[in-house]
Ligand binder design. Structure first.
Ligand code: NAP
Length: 290
């Protein structure tokens, strides 16, 4: 049976790793803090003592960690996954990283004979646990073909944007637009509150009108009710994605004023105050009297 090493068992990674167990793969897991692996170990995963140990006999190594720094740590440090992987092994980066980092990793791991593909995802933890993520892939077509059996358990839609790095380009565009929408929604709701509008009516009108994107639909009622139970995407992660995206935007559109910078600034405040809380709590920052 094919062997997968899964590294990074946060909100997303726990569900994704479980999908490989459900699909009958032989799975080894590693996470910086072991407690998050207990359920997977009970279901049959092998606990590895390091990313290197997890990856040593794997046919594919899948990572789902927070950011560039975490990705560097799990792939490239002394006991990182890449230390002892066999040439030709798939290195599938599902974490949302910067474009520069994805290209750098492709170069470093490629030089060791490994096949790095960027495969950031869209979908919430619930989609991760049920194999319903959308996978945004950057890879040579032949590498994607080889990777497909390892992508099938975790995603039901694969969008192949082109060469390595292109999945990350799209993911960053997507998440920057999400950051702009959520920050702008918070500002709109705060304005409506100050103006004394009927907030049930405002929430309903926003979620069904011309600006009703999935982000607006998801967050409008929660923001009005200040109900952030079931946090799935944190302020720190939203800031990270927007920040990476604006760096990319500045390189692609140096002549253009960037709306995204305002969202990065807004999420820098949210990250400073409530890094591990739901991104929707942006409303509390925007609506607070000075
Ligand atoms: P999370 O719950 O905060 O988990 C983060 C993971 O990264 C944990 O396993 C954490 O280990 C690990 N980590 C952080 N810093 C590390 C370091 N320096 N060295 C090693 N491991 C480190 O985040 P998540 O929501 O699962 O998100 C994971 C990735 O998926 C992120 O890139 C995020 O942008 C992306 N994503 C998230 C969602 C979502 O809805 N949540 C949707 C799409 C994409 P510990 O457990 O030890 O802290």
């Amino acid at each position: 049976m094919a062997r997968v090493a899964f590294i990074g068992l946060g909100r997303m990674g726990q569900g994704m790793a479980g999908r490989y167990l459900d699909a009958g793969f032989t799975v080894s897991v590693w996470n910086r803090s072991k407690a998050k692996a207990e359920d997977l170990i009970a279901r049959g995963a092998r606990w590895a003592t390091s990313p290197e140990d997890a990856a040593i006999d794997a046919d594919a190594v899948v990572t789902m960690v927070a950011d560039d720094n975490a990705s560097r740590e799990v792939w490239l440090t002394k006991d990182g996954a890449a230390a002892n992987m066999k040439a030709g092994t798939l290195a599938i980066e599902c974490s949302t990283v910067s474009h520069q980092h994805a290209l750098h990793m492709a170069g470093v791991l490629g030089a060791r004979g490994l096949i790095y593909i960027d495969c950031p995802v869209t979908g919430l933890p619930e989609a991760a646990a049920t194999g319903k993520l959308t996978l945004l892939v950057g890879a040579e077509a032949a590498d994607l073909d080889r990777a497909k059996p390892y992508l099938a358990p975790i995603g039901n839609v694969v969008r192949h944007f082109g060469a390595v790095g292109s999945g990350t380009v799209f993911k960053l565009i997507n998440n920057l637009m999400g950051a702009v929408q959520i920050a702008s929604l918070a500002e709109g709701i705060a304005m409506a509150e100050r103006a004394g509008l009927d907030m049930n009516l405002v929430a309903e009108a926003l979620a069904t009108g011309a600006v009703a994107s999935p982000q607006v639909i998801r967050h409008s009622k929660r923001m009005v009710a200040r109900d952030f139970s079931g946090a799935s995407f944190t302020a720190a992660l939203r800031h990270k994605d927007a920040d990476y995206a604006v760096q990319l935007a500045e390189s692609l559109l140096p002549e253009s004023p960037l709306v995204g910078r305002a969202a990065v600034e807004a999420y820098a405040r949210a990250k400073a105050e409530m890094p591990d809380d739901d991104e929707g709590r942006m409303i509390e920052i925007v609506s607070r009297p000075k």
